[in-house]
Design a binder for this molecule. Structure first.
Ligand SMILES: [Zn+2]
Length: 186
């Protein structure tokens, strides 16, 4: 038997397609030929690897665990996304109310001559910057600034639109959570 023939028979042997005589001939060649023996041993090792427990079936709850993690991640992303939208809305509204208040405020020269007004304006600027960092602190500062100026209507509309934004955000976050189990049943 030639080595090439032996190699072909090894494949047939793996598929159990060898007659007993052919199997015997292959065994004799493998025992007498170093290179074919090495090839046969490599094939045996590969087969043993595929039969080993590392290829065992995954636990039955694996897919549900993975799906739970994915859903939790999605929900966290939705909260983050909606938080950013809410923050942006508040910042835009704050800028709008501030510009309204500044337009209604006295001219800049008389503002500069009035130290309490200058410090009030500084407080508003600090308030706008803080809005980006802390939502509640910014809302408190802006409300304080608008009430101090002639912008009571601005404050009222600001509170109304901010409240609507918060409601919309809550509906977005809790609405998606409520939808998740319904989708699971389908
Ligand atoms: Zn050989």
């Amino acid at each position: 038997m030639h080595c090439r023939e032996a190699s072909e028979m090894m494949s047939l042997r793996l598929d159990s397609e060898l007659h007993p005589q052919e199997e015997q001939a292959l065994l004799q060649h493998v025992l007498s030929c170093d290179s074919c023996r090495a090839e046969w041993e490599a094939i045996q090792r590969t087969c043993a690897l595929f039969r080993s427990p590392t290829f065992a079936t995954p636990p039955p709850d694996l897919s549900s665990k993975v799906m739970t993690r994915i859903r939790r991640h999605e929900s966290q992303l939705a909260i983050l996304r909606n938080g950013v939208v809410l923050l942006l809305g508040i910042v835009i509204l704050t800028s709008f109310c501030l510009s309204f208040w500044l337009m209604a405020a006295p001219p800049i020269e008389s503002v500069l001559d009035n130290p309490p007004l200058v410090s009030a304006m500084a407080t508003i600027v600090v308030g706008v910057v803080t809005t980006l960092v802390t939502l509640l602190r910014a809302v408190a500062l802006v409300a304080q600034a608008v009430v101090a100026g002639p912008g009571c209507i601005g404050l009222l509309s600001y509170v109304a639109v901010a409240g609507a934004l918060v409601m919309w955000w809550i509906r977005l976050v809790w609405g998606r959570r409520g939808l998740a189990p319904r989708r699971e049943k389908l």
